[in-house]
Design a protein. Structure first.
Lengths: 385, 385
């Protein structure tokens, strides 16, 4: 169990921030790296191999280690939508085949499949939430020989309901379906192992559970998918020693082959001078804490809140299906989304921050949260619910 | 004519920096905006949704103002490769049709067309440079009824040889060809008017002549092309107008339409908290200086250098074909190529920065350059050649 790490963040005592599933606060060390990064291009003659080669490679290595992958399996992307678009462009579907999703799944992992289904004549299967918050059984049931792709998260975005992705990965392989994971709401705070789950593509936006800046994300591409086509044709994505344009005998020589590994899937201008050093420090800290330990420590926080708000008529997902780092408290029947948004607003006035998502008050702490924050959240909820 | 603007940059007196066609220095105002931007996600509860919409809207309007377009014709993209890829998927070609590019053109605007040739059977026509540096005549001669796309810059990237894009645009419209312009080496330092040139797509990476941070660029999409398909299906950045999550009757309401104008082509996580305010400061300054004035002022610098180095056996593009803001000096015929070997490094040792690109010694100043820098460059060239 990791004790409160408030000293590593810049969150004042009067702020109770439980909104990391929207935007997590960055670490002070990341901020300091960003301050250096923001000044770097004021003196561009000082930039070189370190910024353009070593830092992207370091970020790829750190992210790979978080999910049990190799650095060469990782591409740097600006956003989840970029990674899902890459997956969608490389997973052909035929008319009559199915793409399996969750009902009310986060749109970035739904919209590209709606478009693909329309274009290819595939069918979308939205799995409804089953009894007792068991999402896994419904998904396993929906995946069959007609399934081309299962496009899923590791936990549900509004309330952290957990999905057993290892079981789903096995089922996908049995029926030859591809598995595309949007792990934006889990990787960094919930252990993920690509050797166990074996996704074809895994996409993570960094600004939530990776404590990264906005517009900084990662794409894992399974080795058997690495010969696919990237969205962009960058010079660096092609076979070339140093990424610089090559002149030979007085003329430009254009590379013809792609780099091996997932490097071809990197976004253009990968080497963000500001965001990459910030991300590197964030990922180093996650490794120092250890993701399993992070999950346990955040679980203690969410379980405490669930327990102490039980008497307010709020219900959390069933105890067997909680991701731990993130939870959603549902209001008693009869409440609608306006009530929930009103609660969010009134909590924000008390400097208690969380999100209203669907029928849930989403509670998403990180290690900056102190016991006093929990007390303030519980008493604020008692006041406004 | 604009006087030297060194006080707005952080370039020490002993640095003579003529490498803006590689990476331009950012303004100290942009750096300071970046420092504020870095702080934002330290305390994410202070980031307000309207800010996330207002800043991208502001930068789109500023860029549009530079090229005579409307804000809604502009998308925010990470890199030139992203914009060219967007153009390439929206411009179908048939087997036997032609794509016209320049010989030795910058790879970002060649590689996607090489791929298109491989996939769709189009033919690639590389227009060679004539002895008199008149690229325009060659391009006009190459564009005919078989041409589907002309993919060109406004000036040649290694030496600033100018292309008359208004004439090329007119020719394209005569034969029904699309015009895709990579304006990365010109927009911001050479006037560009979409009403005169009428490109279908114009792509500009910001880190050179727009004085923007790295990984920040712009895509202009002509109104008649705005019904196209973007690379990503970004919920918030391409589809929704605003940041609200729509729930209806307890379920998530997925948006069906796209944002109006070119908004659908925005990259995912468009609202980069750090880079966007930096870019806003840069484009505000570029507009305050005025692009025509920037060009006239940089032209004075490059012309002075051309004149003062002519006795070293260096030649610039023909006087009628100079973009002005940058130039490339070539060794006179008969001079030994090895004179260029390590030249860039030897100049760097004297803290004089420029790029050697093929046969060209590329000189790319901005308004931080002062007369002492010009003297140092000329003296260093006389010493090292």
């Amino acid at each position: 169990m990791i004790s409160c790490q408030r000293h590593l963040f810049d969150v004042p005592d009067d702020i109770a921030y439980f909104n990391c599933a929207a935007f997590s606060p960055i670490l002070k060390t990341s901020r300091d790296a960003g301050v250096i990064g923001a000044a770097k291009k004021a003196q561009p003659w000082r930039l070189g191999n370190f910024e353009f080669e070593e830092e992207p490679a370091r970020a790829q290595t750190l992210f790979a280690k978080l999910i049990g992958a190799q650095a060469q399996d990782i591409a740097i992307v600006p956003a989840t939508s970029y990674g899902i678009a890459t997956a969608a462009a490389n997973l052909p579907t035929k008319a009559g085949q199915c793409i399996v999703l969750l009902e009310d799944q986060y749109p970035n992992n739904v919209l590209p499949w709606i478009e693909k289904a329309e274009r290819d004549g595939a069918e979308l299967v939205f799995v409804a939430r089953g009894e007792g918050d068991d999402l896994t059984a419904g998904i396993l049931d929906a995946i069959d020989e007609r399934t081309a792709i299962a496009a899923l998260p590791h936990c549900f975005w509004t309330d952290g309901t957990l999905i057993d992705l290892a079981a789903i990965g096995r089922r996908c392989r049995e029926v030859n379906a591809a598995l595309v994971i949007d792990a934006t709401q889990s990787v960094g705070a919930l252990p993920f192992d690509v050797t166990e789950i074996q996704p074809d593509f895994l996409v993570v936006s960094g600004y939530k559970w990776l404590l990264c800046p906005y517009t900084m994300g990662f794409l894992y591409v399974a080795p058997q998918r690495q010969d696919g086509l990237p969205l962009e044709s960058t010079v660096r994505g092609h076979v070339q020693k140093d990424g610089a344009a090559v002149w030979q005998n007085g003329h430009m020589h254009y590379p013809v082959g792609w780099q091996s590994g997932a490097g071809r899937f990197n976004m253009g201008e990968t080497a963000n001078l500001i965001s990459l050093p910030m991300a590197i420090l964030a990922l180093e800290q996650l490794h120092a804490w250890d993701v399993g330990e992070i999950n346990k420590s955040l679980r203690r926080i969410t379980e405490t809140i669930i327990e102490r708000t039980g008497n307010l008529g709020l219900t959390a997902p069933a105890v067997d299906h909680r991701a731990g780092h993130l939870t959603g408290l549902r209001l008693s029947a009869g409440a609608d989304e306006r009530d929930i948004e009103d609660i969010q607003q009134r909590l924000a006035e008390k400097q208690v921050y969380l999100s209203a998502r669907g029928d849930s008050l989403r509670i998403a702490p990180h290690l900056h949260v102190s016991d006093e924050d929990i007390d303030r959240l519980v008493s604020a909820l008692a006041d406004v619910v | 004519m604009i006087a030297c603007q060194r006080p707005l940059f952080d370039v020490p007196e002993d640095i003579a920096f003529f490498d803006c066609a590689a990476l331009a220095p950012i303004l100290t105002a942009s750096r300071d905006a970046g420092l504020v931007g870095v702080e934002r996600k330290v305390q994410p509860w202070r980031v307000r949704s309207p800010q996330r919409i207002a800043e991208p809207d502001r930068i789109r309007a500023l860029f549009a103002g530079l090229i005579g377009a409307s804000a809604q014709d502009i998308a925010i993209i990470p890199a030139a490769s992203y914009g060219i890829a967007t153009a390439a998927i929206n411009l179908p070609v048939k087997a036997g049709e032609r794509i016209v590019v320049l010989q030795d053109q910058y790879p970002n605007n060649v590689l996607p067309w090489i791929m298109k040739r491989a996939r769709e059977g189009a033919e690639l026509v590389f227009v060679a440079r004539p002895a008199d540096d008149d690229l325009t005549t060659g391009i006009l001669g190459a564009i005919d009824e078989r041409t589907a796309i002309a993919a060109l810059p406004h000036c040649f990237w290694a030496d600033g040889t100018l292309i008359d894009l208004a004439a090329v645009g007119q020719r394209c419209r005569e034969v029904g060809a699309a015009l895709v312009v990579d304006g990365t080496q010109s927009v911001g330092a050479l006037p560009f008017d979409v009403a005169a040139i009428r490109p279908d797509f114009l792509i500009v990476a910001g880190y050179k002549w727009l004085l923007c941070p790295y990984t920040f660029g712009f895509l202009y999409v002509a109104p008649q092309r705005q019904g196209g398909i973007p690379l990503e299906h970004s919920w918030r950045d391409g589809m929704l107008e605003g940041w609200g999550v729509d729930w209806r009757d307890g379920h998530l309401d997925y948006p069906e339409g796209w944002q109006p104008g070119a908004g659908r082509f925005n990259m995912g996580e468009t609202a980069n908290f750090i880079s966007t305010p930096m870019a806003i400061k840069a484009l505000e300054q570029v507009q305050a200086w005025e692009v025509g004035e920037i060009n006239a002022s940089l032209r004075r610098i490059t012309e002075t250098i051309i004149e003062r180095t002519s006795n070293l056996g260096l030649t610039a593009p023909g006087a009628d074909h100079r973009a002005g803001h940058m130039t490339g000096l070539r060794l006179a015929p008969g001079a030994k190529r090895r004179d260029f070997d390590d030249l860039q490094k030897r100049l760097e040792d004297k803290q004089v920065y420029l790029s050697v690109r093929g046969d060209f010694l590329r000189i790319a100043p901005h308004l931080h350059v002062n007369d002492a820098d010009i003297d140092r460059l000329v003296a260093a060239l006389a010493d090292t050649l």
